[in-house]
Design a binder for this molecule. Structure first.
Ligand SMILES: [Zn+2]
Length: 705
């Protein structure tokens, strides 16, 4: 049995300035190639130990190895090639750790590099380049000296001296073209992105003086940076085939457009990074390119007509969403990869979309449950409603992002007097829902057009105003909008006469108003009765927090549409309308939240039944009262007479049966009695007065629409 591994004091001292650095590495087993090297804890980059941490000490005493992590200014160069080792050691005085294999050497250094790099051999006859070593920076660790190797050897400190500073240019001086930064590959990707949507090509060799550079492979030229120069004379590289450039000093690069921007001093070399050319900067660079004679060929009329404006589509293999005036974010449903582009198939971004809808600009990873509760907390931090309301609203926000999954959608309706927080509630929703479209002063015909073109989450405040001035139009949108495939039909007046147009207004809608809706619409809404906020809430909505939730929700949308997240229909608990309202919400709610939604549904069933009953009660009482007022001398009234009066103006199919009238009268407190061959009621002044008190405040029985 070997002695337990001890971390050398000299190493502990050298690493002290970098903070806790040590991690557990697996126990070596003699002859087992895979043993003795791997990190034991999954989350090792985030949980390094101090050298004397009892847990780490215990691990070492049990025969385990250890490692130290890189990053934050600490890098390590790994070289296996003896010749290169000699070259490097003659140039740089730094700590040397010999691998347990006794071949490889690790050189911890401090550097200004930000990327990992590889050291490659000259290309062989097949143009393959052998890997001679690595420069490791991010998410890497080194097995520490004192650790044991599966061959029986031990990792050793070969030269004990301080960790040396070696900057990028020095590294390049030592290894020359053998050194390939991982960032270089990124420059080539950036180049593709830059030019893929321009509609014209700018060969990079036409805008860089290649005669000043030296050819180092069949694709690459290298030399001194044409703008900021170079100490080594080799910090700039151009790849003609990949049509990209890279600067080793700044670890920057890209395609011809970003080079034009650097060359013309629109940006500094080190600013040539991802997504730098946007908006005006992009336009200015394009102007320079056009002055140089690179031009887009005019699109033919047919080509132009084929282009369709959209703010996002869900296609078979891709789903994309507009993220700015000029760009989409495209998600590949198979690979899960995303990229930006200004055109997808025949689709181009909607020009001033961001004037009406604040787009999400990127996606962010998420954990479903965490995201759910983060959204819920966001609501709680901004708004006071009944407890279950937070769950319902959270679910509703989630379903807006996966609207494609449903054929009918519930609306939200915030109902209450002025200053009861209705508008506030809508504003909060607009900070987190999918494609929020708050109408404000938008004209009715624009609302139709935007709904049809974008399928936004329509957010409509002061519905009573619309009911007054645009009643039929708004009812048209709302009535056709909750079921997929029932477009609104509209007659439009044009110069050449009237035209009939259809608008597909399907989509989620959140409404607020001081007056109730017609019953058909009311039954499509989940209604929140609003009263004044009493809690201590912020004056302003935290839009940036909302935006970061939307970034995660957009990722959720992408994954759900790619079937990477599956939502299942819950067993049907509720009947007809209520089932339509609540099924989507139950589908997206985490297991632990469903119970609350179900309880809410049960409560709603009860309330609806009670409401229906009490409105029947009121109607029937009114008829009885009318009969009594007209004939104060009678003491008995037949059910037949009440029903006759009740049903006089009601259409077939909606009339009250005698049984129902009889039952209602009994519930109202009238004594039932026989009148001739039929049934009737006997009324007393006391019952009548009591009922007047109960229903007296209601002026008219029919709802006011
Ligand atoms: Zn540079």
């Amino acid at each position: 049995m070997r002695e337990p591994v001890k971390i050398p004091k000299e190493l502990i001292e050298k690493l002290k300035p970098f903070g806790p650095r040590f991690i557990k590495v697996s126990k070596p087993i003699l002859g087992d190639k895979k043993s003795g090297k791997g990190a034991i804890e999954k989350d090792w980059p985030n949980h390094p130990y101090e050298a004397d941490d009892p847990e780490l000490v215990k691990w070492l005493e049990g025969g385990g190895n250890y490692g130290f992590i890189l990053g934050r200014g600490l890098y390590a160069l790994d070289l296996d090639d003896p010749e290169l080792q000699t070259i490097f050691e003659s140039e740089v005085d730094t700590l040397i750790i010999q691998s347990g294999s006794e071949i490889g050497r690790h050189y911890p250094i401090r550097s200004d590099s930000t990327d990992n790099a590889v050291i490659l051999d000259e290309p062989d006859e097949n143009k393959k380049r052998k890997n001679l070593g690595n420069l490791q920076v991010r998410n890497k660790y080194v097995v520490g000296p004192g650790s044991n190797h599966y061959t029986g050897g031990t990792y050793k400190i070969l030269r004990n001296c301080p960790i040396a500073w070696v900057d990028k240019e020095k590294l390049f001086e030592i290894f020359g073209e053998g050194l390939v930064w991982t960032g270089q590959a990124r420059s080539s990707r950036l180049s593709q992105k830059e030019t893929s949507n321009l509609g014209f090509e700018i060969p990079i060799a036409q805008i860089i003086d290649m005669s000043k550079l030296r050819q180092i492979s069949d694709q690459e030229w290298q030399g001194s940076h044409p703008i900021h120069g170079s100490d080594s004379g080799t910090n700039f590289c151009v790849n003609k085939v990949k049509n990209c450039w890279h600067c080793f000093r700044c670890n920057s690069g890209g395609g011809p457009l970003s080079w034009l921007a650097v060359k013309n001093k629109l940006i500094r070399c080190d600013q040539a990074q991802k997504a730098i050319l946007r908006g005006k900067l992009f336009q200015d660079t394009l102007d320079i390119a056009e002055k140089l004679g690179f031009k887009k060929q005019e699109m033919s009329k047919e080509e132009k007509q084929k282009l369709q404006k959209t703010c996002g589509e869900n296609l078979e293999n891709f789903i994309f969403e507009q993220i700015s005036d000029e760009a989409f974010l495209i998600y590949n449903k198979t690979s899960g990869e995303t990229q930006e582009a200004s055109r997808v198939d025949n689709f181009i971004p909607w020009p001033k979309m961001d004037k009406l809808i604040k787009p999400v600009t990127k996606i962010a990873p998420f954990n479903y449950n965490n995201l759910w509760f983060a959204v819920k907390q966001y609501l709680k931090d901004h708004l006071e409603i009944i407890d279950v309301g937070y769950t319902i609203m959270t679910a509703w926000i989630f379903v807006t992002w996966v609207v494609d999954l449903f054929n009918t959608v519930p609306y939200l309706f915030f109902f209450g007097p002025h200053n009861s927080g209705k508008t506030w509630a809508l504003k909060i929703l607009s900070a987190v829902v999918f494609r929020p479209f708050r109408t404000g002063h938008t004209s009715m015909s624009s609302i139709f057009r935007v709904c049809a073109a974008w399928h936004p989450t329509l957010i409509l405040d002061e519905t009573e105003d619309y009911m007054k001035h645009n009643r039929s139009a708004i009812i048209n949108i709302l009535n056709s909008g909750y079921t997929r495939g029932f477009p609104a039909v509209r007659v439009e007046e044009r110069e050449e006469g009237f035209a009939i147009r259809t608008f597909d207004c399907f989509g989620f809608k959140a409404l607020a108003g001081t007056e109730e809706f017609v019953p058909t619409l009311k039954s499509r809404c989940i209604t929140f009765n609003m009263s004044k906020n009493t809690g201590d809430y912020p004056d302003e909505i935290d839009y940036s927090r909302g935006q970061s939730l939307r970034e995660q929700l957009l990722m959720l949308r992408f994954q759900a549409m790619a079937n990477k997240i599956k939502f299942e229909k819950p067993p049907s608990i509720f009947k007809s309308r209520l089932r339509e309202l609540l099924t989507p919400l139950l589908m997206v709610a985490p297991e632990s939240e469903r119970e609350e939604i179900i309880r809410y549904g049960e409560e709603l069933t009860k309330i609806t039944q009670e409401e229906e009953r009490s409105s029947d009660d009121a109607i029937i009482f009114r008829v009885i009262n009318k009969i009594i007022e007209e004939n104060p001398q009678i003491t008995k009234i037949s059910i037949r007479e009440i029903a006759g009066e009740l049903n006089m103006n009601l259409p077939l199919g909606e009339t009250y049966s005698h049984v129902k009238v009889g039952r209602t009268c009994a519930r109202l407190g009238f004594q039932t009695t026989r009148i001739g061959s039929g049934r009737g009621i006997r009324w007393t002044k006391m019952v009548l007065e009591r009922l007047k008190l109960r229903f007296g405040s209601v002026k008219s029985v029919a709802i006011s629409f």
